[in-house]
Write a protein that binds this ligand. Structure first.
Ligand SMILES: Cc1cc2nc3c(=O)[nH]c(=O)nc-3n(C[C@H](O)[C@H](O)[C@H](O)COP(=O)(O)OP(=O)(O)OC[C@H]3O[C@@H](n4cnc5c(N)ncnc54)[C@H](O)[C@@H]3O)c2cc1C
Length: 436
């Protein structure tokens, strides 16, 4: 029995030990080894990774190429994750979720992008995982019972409606209004949202809208409210238009127009005018998920680059023998590993802060924002190097790295841009004057 086989068998005997943990032992014997070092992850995280990998294995790169080229929603992928309950990974067991935390959800999102699904795979389910967090925390019993099970089992998909064309990152200035009707049992919504992912396929939207004009509130954080609304296309006052975009084309992104669109008053989540605080609750979690998604994409690209650098022979030697090719890939690897540590540190802190009140909100915010920034930048470095390593073939769809490069811009822009994170760290950590 070879050493390799013995190790594999030993891994099998330890029944709790997931396949990905076993892969770590194969480092010296297989060129198909995963690049990411799995040391230090918890048993739960590794088990999530293994289970999600079993699902993503059914969706090869050709599936994602086809969805991307035809702008076709990856509904089979969403259904496969929903079937096994993964959309409720970070929801409590009482709500029908898996009762795991953001640390495991981040691993799930990373495993998805890393499989080759890229940001399209992540975005197909992303909002269902994080937008349900504030709902779970602040929703009424009736809202939870009606909505959460159907989101977890995939009957309903949800989208997140915050960004507006005329206010951009200045969320507190958003203009979409929700005005209570005279009878008091409904709100009338008027305004425009932009870049709303999955609005075409979603039945529900988590909507942030203004319920009190900005001129009438004492603090700029007041006057906004969160709703969980139906996207009823047969009702008047709702329209949407798909935006043609650079990457993640399988997943729709939209302008959404509301014109006196009627929503029941019972769709309000939490207190009226306190919606900004409620939405904030999910934002740090979302930063961790995005960081995980960026990491997965970066490792996927780097793995493809290392493989190609080994296989491609020019001037009588593998191109990876040239330090001009090898060193940037080594640099990209270390950047990803550093960002990985920052990401899972942030996720751990976030989870711990849910029960440990001694962890300051500030520390969680700094960690989550830093992680998102670092992971997005590291992913960009890796994806760009992967294309350059492939030379002309880096530009060909069949090698996937061009798709990864197109997609890796998203974590740099959304949900908060790299510049705004730099502003945040400058102001909140370095205590420099606010620049805007
Ligand atoms: C693919 C994709 C999917 C998305 N999905 C969703 C979704 O599902 N739901 C949703 O609500 N939103 C979504 N968004 C929107 C996303 O969150 C916003 O695009 C992002 O927050 C940036 O806002 P903006 O585009 O209005 O940029 P702007 O606010 O117009 O900013 C433009 C540029 O100026 C910079 N800038 C602005 N102010 C400052 C300042 N004071 N200092 C330094 N730099 C500054 C920004 O960093 C940025 O580089 C998505 C976006 C994309 C691209």
């Amino acid at each position: 029995m070879s050493n390799f086989a013995a190790r594999t068998v030993r891994c099998r005997i330890a029944s709790f030990r997931p396949r990905w943990a076993c892969d770590r032992l194969r480092f010296s014997t297989s060129t198909r080894r995963p690049l990411m070092d799995l040391a230090g992850f918890s048993e739960e995280q590794l088990m999530v990774r293994e289970a999600i990998s079993a699902i993503t294995a059914k969706f090869p790169n050709t599936y994602w190429q086809e969805c991307d080229q035809n702008e076709r929603d990856p509904k089979e992928f969403h259904a496969a994750l929903a079937k096994d309950g993964w959309l409720g990974i970070a929801l409590s067991e009482e709500l029908g979720g898996a009762g795991l935390g953001v640390s495991e959800a981040t691993m799930m999102m990373q495993t998805i992008t890393q499989s080759g699904a890229g940001m399209a795979g992540a975005q197909a389910i992303h909002a269902n995982v994080y937008a349900t967090q504030p709902l779970a925390r602040f929703g009424t019993k009736a809202q939870l019972e009606e909505t959460i099970p159907k989101i977890i089992n995939g009957t309903w998909r949800t989208c997140f409606g915050v960004t507006e064309p005329n206010t951009g990152l200045e969320t507190l200035k958003l203009k979409t209004s929700a005005t209570k009707t005279a009878a008091g049992d409904a709100y009338s919504v008027t305004g425009q949202k932009i870049w709303i992912t999955c609005a075409q396929v979603a039945s529900k939207m988590i909507l942030l809208a203004r319920t009190t004009p900005i001129e009438e509130v004492k603090k700029s954080t007041q006057g906004l409210s969160m709703f969980c609304i139906d996207l009823n296309r047969s009702t008047s006052g709702l329209d949407m238009r798909r935006i043609k975009k650079m990457g993640g084309r399988a997943v729709d992104a939209n302008e959404v127009f509301f014109d006196n669109y009627q929503i029941p008053a019972s769709t309000l989540v939490g207190q009226e005018n306190e919606g900004f605080g409620i939405i904030l609750h999910g934002m740090n979690a979302e930063r961790c998920l995005l960081a995980g998604e960026a990491l997965g994409l970066g490792y996927a690209a780097l793995e493809r680059a290392a493989q190609y650098a080994n296989d491609r022979v020019v001037f009588g030697r593998p191109i990876g023998q040239n330090q001009g090719i090898a060193h940037p890939l080594a640099d990209a690897y270390m950047k990803l590993e550093a960002a990985k540590l920052a990401t899972y540190h942030a996720a751990k802190l976030y989870d711990a802060s849910q029960t440990d009140s001694s962890i300051p909100f500030h520390s969680v915010g700094v960690a989550c924002n830093s992680a998102k920034y670092l992971a997005a930048e590291a992913a960009f470095t890796a994806c760009e190097r992967a294309v350059l390593t492939h030379g002309g073939m880096g530009y060909a769809m069949e090698y996937d790295v061009e798709r990864y490069l197109r997609e890796c811009l998203v974590p740099r822009i959304a949900p908060v841009s790299r510049e705004m994170i730099l502003n945040y760290i400058s102001e909140k950590v370095l205590q420099l004057p606010r620049s805007y």
